[in-house]
Each structure stands twice: as structure tokens, then as C-alpha cells.
Design a protein around this ligand. Structure first.
Ligand SMILES: *[C@@H]1O[C@H](CO)[C@@H](O)[C@H](O)[C@H]1NC(C)=O
Length: 323
């Protein structure tokens, strides 16, 4: 296994010589990450990093590079959603709307379509400050074409949209009410679909930049690399499409529709960085748009417990983000 890892490391290193991706930015302190969500608190600029992990972790730091300190958990006793997995919440997505922070989370169990998306609110982001509002109404079971996990909110003017989905028919979107706690009578529609293989799109994240809405998602196998290493290229990587509307019409760099297998790669394994995904984007007050994600460092270990927090300031080329 050591020899295998060394060989894999060698080939990945050789591959990165031509990849051109920047390495993950520096991190110190509590750098473990899984499906991170990062936000700077409006009142004082303090960085907050939320993670999937035995409940939703809250870590803080005065700098994006650390040192990160684990402060506690968002809903330590779980969610009021009556579904298996409600004490082990996943995939946080945190946004400031007005003067309230909204944290969307998923309740599910691994590989199950019995899932729901919940929401909690806080005015400070701190442990102990979160109020669970329970289900947003976005839920799935075997009768649905999607799996209702991996939430991501985007605000467009005075309208709110929740992106979500994982495998099955991939990424969906539904318009939310105001305040953005539920979808009312709005129906969900598909915004990204990859018909190939296991249809492995999940963890979407949408952001706006200079006339376009960019839709990012994680494509591939997320987890368990230490026990079952995916074939090269089948591990997590970050794909993207863009549209002038937040609600559809997403295409890749070649103009291929995102609902017809389109998607350009934003970030993939390179050097000792393996399986980057679970990504998001936030506006850093000093750096501008920053992409963040989790990844495995092949020099550290491939287990989920070894995943690390990665980030890169986005640069731009011909209207597309570059790492
Ligand atoms: C579509 O899925 C295949 C695996 O079936 C994957 O290799 C490919 O990267 C995905 N395409 C996009 C654009 O994410």
C-alpha cells in the first residue's frame, strides 16, 4: 500500500507539471474540512468555517490562512426534521440575508434518497446562537428525480433560489419565499444533468461575477479513497458552467448545455492535491472572490478523516474563473 501510494503520488506529481493549477492556500490550526462553507462576519470580519462532521462544526479565525480554532457545533442536538440522519447534519451553506445569517443543511444517510433540506438562523454565527427552523419543504424519497441534499442559496435582486441535488438526475433549483426559509408552492427544475456513468454531480454552488451566474459542482466519487481508490479521473473534481440568468441556460466553455453533459473543469487533482470538491465561493474583504474546497493531500492521507481545507483566490481568463 505504501508503494502504491508512492507510485500514485509520483504519477499525480508528474501530471501536475502540466496542470497549471495553483496549490491550495496556506492553512494552520483546525484545517480538517468536509463540504466547507466559509463566510466573513459582517460586524468584525472574523472568518467562520462550517463543516460536515459529527454535526456541523463551527471554526473561526482572524485570517483565512488560520490559525483556525474549532469553537463548537451549529445544532448540537440535531435537527427537528423527522428523518434518519437528523443528528448528523451535512453540507452547510451559510449566507447573510438582511441582518440574519441563514444556514441550510441536509438530513440524509449515505447513498439514500430519503433526504430533506433544513434551515437554521443566527444573528452572530456563534455556537449556541442558532435557531433550528426545521424543513424548508425541499425533500426527497424514491418517487423523486433528485436527492434533496447539498443546499446552496443564491440571492438575485429580491428573489431567492435554492440549488440542491446529488446523483439521481443531478442538480435542481427551486425558488424560495422571502425570507428564504421555504419554497412555498414553487416546483423544482433541473439546471445541470450529466447522463454518463453514475450521474455523479453534487455539491453545487452558484455565484455572480460581471454579468454571469457561475454554477460550480463537484463531479465524481467524494469519499473513502483510502479503502477504494477510484480509477484516475473518477475522483472528485470541480466542474463549471455559466449563464446570464441564475435560473437556467447554463453552458460550458464550448457552449455545451449543462443539462446535456456540458461542464468545464475548474479544478482537479494535481500534485499532492487529490479529489478537490465540496466547494464554495465567498468574497474576501481583502482578496476578492475566493474558491474554497476540501481535498486529500497524498502526502498526508486519503481517508475522509485526512481531508484538508483548501482555498485559492480566483483569477479570470476570457470570462471564466481560473485557479
Ligand atoms: C460527467 O460524469 C463523468 C463520469 O460519468 C465524469 O467523468 C465527467 O467529468 C462529468 N462531466 C462533468 C462536466 O462534470
Amino acid at each position: 500500500m505504501v508503494l502504491l501510494c508512492t507510485l500514485i503520488g509520483f504519477f499525480l506529481t508528474a501530471a501536475s507539471a502540466v496542470s497549471g493549477y495553483a496549490n491550495p492556500g496556506a492553512c494552520s490550526g483546525h484545517c480538517w474540512a468536509h463540504d466547507p462553507s466559509v463566510i466573513q462576519r459582517a460586524s468584525d470580519g472574523l472568518y467562520f468555517k462550517f463543516n460536515t462532521g459529527s454535526g456541523i462544526e463551527i471554526a473561526t479565525s482572524s485570517s483565512l490562512t488560520g490559525s483556525w480554532t474549532l469553537q463548537g457545533y451549529v445544532l448540537p442536538s440535531g435537527s427537528s426534521i423527522d428523518l434518519s440522519g437528523n443528528t448528523d447534519l451535512w453540507a452547510p451553506d451559510v449566507h447573510l440575508v438582511g441582518s440574519v445569517y441563514y444556514l441550510y443543511y441536509a438530513v440524509s444517510t449515505f447513498g439514500s434518497q430519503n433526504s430533506a433540506i433544513g434551515v437554521a438562523t443566527s444573528s452572530t454565527l456563534e455556537p449556541g446562537s442558532w435557531t433550528d427552523l426545521g424543513s424548508t419543504g425541499v425533500a426527497s424519497s424514491s418517487s423523486k428525480s433528485y436527492n434533496a441534499i447539498d443546499p446552496n442559496l443564491i440571492t438575485v435582486g429580491s428573489n431567492y433560489y435554492l440549488n440542491f441535488g446529488s446523483f439521481w438526475d443531478d442538480i435542481y433549483q427551486v425558488q424560495f419565499a422571502s425570507p428564504p426559509t421555504n419554497h412555498g408552492s414553487n416546483s423544482a427544475y433541473n439546471i445541470e444533468y450529466n447522463s454518463t456513468g453514475t450521474r455523479p454531480s453534487e455539491g453545487s454552488y452558484m455565484f455572480y461575477y460581471s454579468g454571469y451566474y457561475y454554477l460550480l459542482w463537484s463531479s465524481g466519487i467524494c469519499c473513502g479513497y483510502d479503502t477504494s481508490l477510484p480509477p484516475t479521473g473518477a475522483e472528485y473534481h470541480i466542474s463549471m458552467c455559466r449563464s446570464t440568468a441564475a435560473t437556467g441556460g447554463f453552458v460550458d466553455k464550448n457552449g455545451v448545455s449543462c443539462t446535456k453533459n456540458g461542464g468545464s473543469v475548474l479544478l482537479a487533482s494535481h500534485g499532492t492535491t487529490y479529489g478537490p470538491g465540496g466547494q464554495g465561493v465567498f468574497t474576501d474583504t481583502s482578496r476578492g472572490l475566493v474558491l474554497y474546497y476540501h481535498y486529500a493531500d497524498t502526502d498526508v492521507g486519503l481517508a475522509d478523516a485526512d481531508y484538508l481545507f483548501g482555498w485559492n483566490t480566483l483569477s479570470w481568463s476570457s470570462g471564466w474563473p481560473v485557479v
